[in-house]
Write a protein that binds this ligand. Structure first.
Ligand SMILES: [Zn+2]
Length: 380
């Protein structure tokens, strides 16, 4: 309804003032659209931003547009550019610009015909609660080939110089940066690709060399995005070839700590760029190599015996039940359902939740990293 009124107003205005010469309409419109996007960006700017980088990637006639909008940062600093997708609508001769993460963007996305069905679904999804109920599951691998080990050259640190510590730096292997999970890819700037995933998550890949040029490209987990590099076209610094890999949720950077990538749970250090990653009881500190085990499924867990070794499986939810086998520290298991049983204390605290595994054996939730403080596949 809102749309129809806008179109009617635009038509009325055009009739009253007389339609401008067609030859002039397009460049003028494009110029004012760019100015409108710039204005929307300035509303988000802080002192550290150097300029703007706007790409109008799709336009529907002279009244609707879509693209990427970036606040660039200065180079040779710890700052990074900030970027958004934008939608714009012209009504009454004026462009209205909405950046992703706003209710206005969601409203426009619901009706924007220049979006694919896939994009419309992603952009109008209800925002998930920020780590709702303590849910840190990502279903993501590390952003390179499964089976390779890359060096974590920087532990959790900010996309900019401050919090949240949303990002890690990775280098090594064959240097090919791959999508951590399937989604829709956008090139924000030379050297910078963003993939919008499900469950409110998105991931950023920066400093790339030879990156793909994506404008709403559907990518599967493991799709090639670019090679590690030192690109700082939109700002920041890179002393050696690497990928700055950042995690976002609901259109904002979120702390990477506690999230699982490639079956490693990230942990903050005492300062930015420090920190470690945990796989079962195996801990790797910054500078060490992270073997990419692949994505942890949303109903899977990693055995964490809190000190290594192995863990007994029981025939029921408690230590009163017989031993029916064992699982080794670091092993991946699939959870069928959960129940209450005897109480145990693991690395992250005490719980009386037990999980029935896909083979029928039971283990205490105290010794299983799942990304959720509670059940991940319902009660039995
Ligand atoms: Zn970085």
């Amino acid at each position: 309804m809102k749309q129809r009124i806008s179109v009617a107003l635009a038509l009325a205005t055009a009739l009253l003032v007389g339609a401008p010469a067609a030859a002039h309409a397009s460049p003028l419109a494009a110029q004012s659209l760019r100015a409108a996007v710039d204005e929307a960006l300035q509303g988000r700017s802080t002192d550290s931003h150097a300029g703007t980088h706007v790409e109008i990637t799709r336009q529907d006639g002279d009244s609707r547009a879509f693209g990427t909008a970036v606040l660039t940062s200065t180079t040779h600093t710890d700052e990074h550019p900030e970027g958004w997708l934008f939608l714009a609508e012209k009504s009454g001769g004026t462009w209205r610009v909405a950046l992703d993460g706003t209710a206005e963007f969601t409203d426009m996305a619901a009706e924007a015909e220049l979006l694919s069905a896939r994009e419309r679904t992603a952009f109008t999804a209800e925002p998930t609660g920020l780590n709702a109920g303590g849910d840190f599951r990502t279903g993501m691998r590390l952003p390179y080939a499964v089976g390779q080990s890359w060096r974590m050259t920087g532990g959790p640190h900010g996309w900019g110089s401050g919090a949240p510590w949303s990002s890690i730096d990775l280098a090594g292997g064959d240097g090919r940066v791959l999508a951590a999970r399937g989604g829709t890819a956008y090139t924000m700037c030379k050297g910078w690709v963003r993939v919008i995933h499900d469950r409110g998550y998105s991931t950023d890949y920066y400093h790339l060399f030879n990156n793909i040029n994506a404008n709403g490209l559907a990518v599967g987990e493991g799709a090639f995005l670019g090679n590690i590099g030192t690109d700082v076209t939109c700002g920041g610094s890179a002393t050696g070839a690497h990928v700055h890999f950042g995690l976002r949720q609901n259109s904002a950077y979120v702390g990477m700590a506690g999230h699982n990538l490639g079956k490693w749970s990230m942990e903050n250090g005492g300062a930015a760029y420090q920190g470690s990653a945990l796989h079962g009881s195996a801990r790797v500190y910054v500078g060490g190599a992270l073997y990419n085990y692949g994505a942890l499924g949303l109903t899977q867990g990693i055995v964490d015996a809190n000190g290594g070794g192995s863990l007994n499986k029981r025939s029921g939810p408690g230590t009163g039940y017989g031993v029916v086998g064992s699982v080794t520290d670091g092993a991946t298991v699939s959870v069928s359902c959960s129940s209450y049983g005897t109480s145990h204390t693991g690395r992250y605290g005490t719980t009386n939740v037990w999980n029935r595994l896909s083979d029928g054996g039971w283990i205490s939730d105290a010794f299983l990293w799942t990304g959720v403080n509670g059940t991940i596949n319902g009660f039995c």
